[in-house]
Design a protein around this ligand. Sequence first.
Ligand code: NBX
Length: 833
Amino acid sequence: AGLEKTASVEPASTALVPAPVDIANKLRYLFGRNGDYTVTDAYQGTAWSVREKLIDSFNKTHDHWKEEDPKFIYYLSAEFLMGRSLINTVYNLGLDGEYAEALNQLGYEMEKVADAERDAALGNGGLGRLAACFLDSMATLDLPGWGYGIRYKYGMFKQALKNGYQVELPDIWLTKGNPWELRRDDVKFEVGFGGRVERRKQGNKEVTMWTPSEKVIAQAYDNPIPGFNTPTTSNLRLWDAVPLTEFDLSAFNAGDYDRAMLERERAEGISAVLYPNDSTPEGKELRLKQQYFFVSASLQDVLSRFKAVHGNNFDLLPEKACFQLNDTHPTIAVAELMRLLLDVEGLDWDQVWTISTKCLNYTNHTVMPEALEKWPVKVMAKMLPRHMEIIEVINEGWTKWLAGHLKDLAPEERAKRIAAMSIIHENPWNKDEMLVNMAYLAVVGSSAVNGVAAIHSNIVKDEIFNDFYQIFPSKFQNKTNGVTPRRWLAWCNPELASLITDTLGTSEWINDTEKLAGLRAYASDKAFQVKWAAVKKAKKAKLAELIKKVHGDEVNQDALFDIQIKRIHEYKRQYLNVLSIIWRYKQLKKMSPEERKKAVARVCVIGGKAASAYDMAKRIIRLVTAVGDVINKDPDTKEYLRLYFLPDYNVSLAETIIPAAELSQHISTAGTEASGTSNMKFQMNGCLIIGTWDGANIEIAEETGIDNVFVFGVRAEEINQLRKERKNFKTDPRWDELMRDIEGGMFGDKDYFKPLVDSVNNMKVGNDWFLLANDFASYLKAQEDVDACYKDQSEWLRRSIMYTAGSGKFSSDRTIREYAEDIWHVKPCRPTV
Ligand code: NBX
C-alpha cells in the first residue's frame, strides 16, 4: 500500500541538546556556517535555538487552552511596538543562565549578541508600546488572550540627522529573517474591498450578498509571547497581505507582465508600511484598507475557531470571546462582526447587535480632537459598501432610540443633542461632506469605554464623550496604564534588579511589584544609598559611551543626566525644555569661573521622532540640535552644560537611556497627555520626575509622595480660561529675552526658527495653544528646585529610592488584572508543566 500518512513519531525537544551545540547546529544547518562566527551569527544561532524552546512552550499552552476552552480576550491593535525579543525571551523562559554560559563558551557576551537584533518597530509610540506590555502581562498572568495586528514589512521609519535636520529612512527589518515568528500556511482568510451589495430571496428570507471587486488573502504569522515565571506562552497573530492568485498567469501569458505584477503590488501594499503618525489620524484610503484588512481576518479567524467547537451557537460567543479595540483604528470591527453574523451566518439583526456589543470594548488614548478618526461616507461606501449600510442602520436605530430617550427635552434641544451624537454627521469644515465618526461608533457599539489614567478618564467622561456618558454612565471606566516590570526594570537594569532582590531577600517583586514598597525602609539608609548610587553610576557610564559613539563627545559623568524622550509633539513641549536649557546656558555664561564651579552640571538628552509631515515638530528637532551645537562647543560652559539630540529613539535605545536617567521630563500642558508610560519606566528605575499635573504623573506623584516630585505649571481646569486670556498674558521678561535671542539668530537658521517663535509668541500668527509662556516661570523655578536637591546627594538618593519603591501600582500586571476583572471577565488558565 502507498504511504499516505507518516507513522506517528514523537519528536524530541531540542531542550535535550546542550545550548552551545544547539547554537552551532543552527548556524551550520540553517546558515551553512562552520565556525568563524560574527556577532550577528552568534545572535542568529542563539535566536533560532531559543525559538525552539519557545515553540515547545507555545504548543503546550495552545493545546491546554484548546482542551479547556476558556473565554479569550483578543487585543485588536494596528500597532505593537515589540522591540527586541532575545533577552526578553531567554529571561522570561528562565534560560538566561544557560544561554549566557553557552555564548561564553563560544566566546561571546550575551549583551553584545543581543545588540545585533533589530527592533520590531511595528508601532509609533505610547499606544503601540502599551499593547506590547499588555501582551507580556497577559501571558505572565496566564490569561487566555491573543494580540491581533498587521505584519508591516516596513515598521516605524529610522530617523537620521542631516546637518541637524531629521531625515527618514525605511525600516527594513525582515531581510535577515525573523526567528520570532511562525508562518501558518494553514491559516489564511480572504478579505474583500469595493464591489456591490445585492439582496436575494432565499425561501421566505431576504439575504444580503456583498460581492467585492477586489480580494486579497490575509496570511497569518504567529509571534509567541512568553510569560515570566509560568509555563504560559501566548500569541500575537499578525496578518500579511498576499495576492489571491500567486500570479495572474493569463495576463502573463498574454505578454502583459506589468498587469501580472499589479495584483501582487496592490495586495502587498496593504501590509507594507506602518503610518508614522502618533496622535493624528491618517485620512488616506490605504489606512482604512489596513484597518479593515486586519480586523476582518482576525474576526473570521476567531469565528472559525469558535464554530469548530460550538457550531452555530453564537449566543455563546460573548462567553467565549471578547475584543479590546486599541483606540479607534480597529473600530470597523463593530460593522464587520455584524456583517459576518448577519450575512455569512444568517442571524437576525437584534440578536447580532446584542452579541456584538457584548463582545466589544473600546479604549481611548488621546484627547487631541484632531486625533478622533472620521472617514468620509463616500470613501467608506466605495471601499466597504456593505459596512456603510450596516453603519447607517446602526445609526438609524441609535438616533431613533435617542429620540425616545430624550423625549422630555424641548424639540429643538432634542434635535441638537441627537445631531451632536449621531455616528454619521456633516463635516464641520465642508458642509457637502458626510463623515463616519469612528469614536462614536466605538462608544455606541461597545460594552465598556475606558481612558488610560484617572485624569484622562475624567476628561473622557466630562468632555470628549460627555453626551454619551450622561446616557450610559456605567459604560465608562478608568484603567490606568502600566508597563511590564520585566522589560523595563528587571531585564534592562539587571544591576538594580539584583540590588533590589538582595535587599528584599526575594525576587518576587518581578511578579508582584507592590513588594517594591519594601524599599521605603531603606530610603534613608546611607549604606544602601551608596549601593544604589553605584548602580546609577554604572548605567550613566553606558549612556555616556553611547553619546560618545553618536556625537564623539566625552561627557562629565558626574553631571545630572536630564532626559526627555518621547515623540516630538507641540503638546509634549520639548520646546519648553529647550528654552530652559538656553536660559541655563545664559546664566552660566554670566558667571565667573568660581561661581560656575558651584553650579550643578547637567547633561541634557532629548530624543524622539517627528511625524514626517509634522513641520513644527521638525523645526523643534532642529532647534535642539542647533542649541546643542552652540552649547556643547562653548569652552566657558561645556563642563557644566551639554545638550544632545539622540537620533532614532526606539525601544532598545530606551532600554539604555532609562536606567541611566536621574531626572526625566514629562511636561505636557495639563490635560493633554492621556497618561504617558515612559514616566512609569523612569520611576521604576529610580529617576526623579519634573512634570506637570497631567496624565499618570498625578498618580505617580501620589504613589511616590508629592514632595518628592518636581511639579509645576497650571492645572487642567484652568486651561480653557487661560487660553482665552493668552493674548493679554504678560510674559516673563526672561521669556521675552529668549524669544529675541532665537529670532535674532543666536543659534543660526533664524528664518527656519521664525515660525517656532511665532507659534508661541506672536499672537497674530500663533496663539501659544499649549501655553508654554504661562508655565515658563514656574518651570524655571522647578528647575532651580532640582538643582538644589541634586546638591544634597543624600536627599536626591532618598527620593530616587522612593520612586522605585512607589512604582508598584504601575506594573501592567495590575492594569491587565483590572481589565480582566472589570471588562473582559477572563480568568487565568495555566498549562500544567
Ligand atoms: O497612548 C498615547 C498617549 O499619547 C499617551 O499619553 C498614552 O500613555 C499612550 C498609551 O495609552 N497615544 C498614542 O500613542 N496614540 C494615539 O493616541 C493615537 C490616537 C488616534 C490616532 C493616532 C494615534 N489616530
